[in-house]
Design a protein around this ligand. Structure first.
Ligand code: 4GS
Length: 221
């Protein structure tokens, strides 16, 4: 899977050099190409934004600068995704669907956003990571890259994908490891029994219990 990211703050993406995503890049299971939109400013001060027509607070990213950054990718077939709270909310189903693509281009806005005209020309899909407002689309882009990369072959062990929250439409059961007693609290006896049928049953019950408590909306689907 190839990700091209159009952003004013490419340095923010250094957190993806760590852990599982960092290893996936090293193993060439995914690639992350960061394009600095500012490099496509033609202004002597490298200006990338201006005040909004019609008035109002903040700055809007200029369409010509964003368009030149996009054009530099010579895109023919990749899906272009704009991270924005106006988009459809990301969920695990969407993540799995996107993981079937070979190439994604992710556009990150900053400040008040991007001139609508360039969005209308280049964006295929607008995606939000949730109903709250951030300072930029960079963290949402990292959320998308992280969640989609988990489904790319070889990035995770296959079992890890099947046994987690949402994969069966429910939240995940609780996990325990050594020591057997921590501050006087024992690990649930059943998990030490070696009876895998009973363990599966217990885990399903626990999944249902936590889903009922925290996310009853998931049970209505
Ligand atoms: C989100 C979000 C977001 C909105 C970007 C205000 C800067 C900011 N992007 N999911 N302008 N939530 N973007 O808050 O994707």
């Amino acid at each position: 899977m190839k990700f091209d990211v159009l952003t004013l703050f490419p340095e923010m993406f250094s957190s993806l050099e760590q852990s599982i995503i960092g290893r996936a890049v090293e193993n060439e299971q995914i690639s992350i190409n960061l394009v600095n939109i500012r490099d496509f400013s033609t202004d002597k001060h490298k200006k990338v934004d201006d005040t909004p027509y019609g008035g109002g607070a903040g700055m809007v990213m200029m369409p010509d600068v964003v368009y030149r950054a996009y054009e530099s990718l010579n895109n023919k077939t990749a899906k272009v995704i704009y991270m924005s709270p106006k988009g459809k909310t990301l969920n695990q189903e969407k993540v799995e669907e996107l993981s079937k693509e070979n190439h994604l281009i992710i556009l990150c806005g900053h400040y008040e956003g991007i001139d609508q005209r360039v969005l209308d020309k280049i964006v295929d899909e607008e995606i939000s990571i949730g109903d709250y407002v951030l300072t930029g689309g960079e963290i949402p882009a990292m959320v998308l890259i992280d969640s989609v990369s988990r489904y790319v072959k070889g990035v995770l062990k296959e079992e890890s994908i099947k046994e987690e929250s949402f994969s069966n439409g429910l939240l995940e059961y609780p996990q325990y490891t050594r020591p057997e007693i921590f501050q006087g609290e024992k690990v649930p006896e059943i998990l030490l029994s070696g009876n895998h049928q009973e363990i599966d049953k217990w885990r399903k019950e626990k999944s249902l219990e936590i889903t009922k408590k925290n996310r009853p909306d998931l049970l209505e689907k």
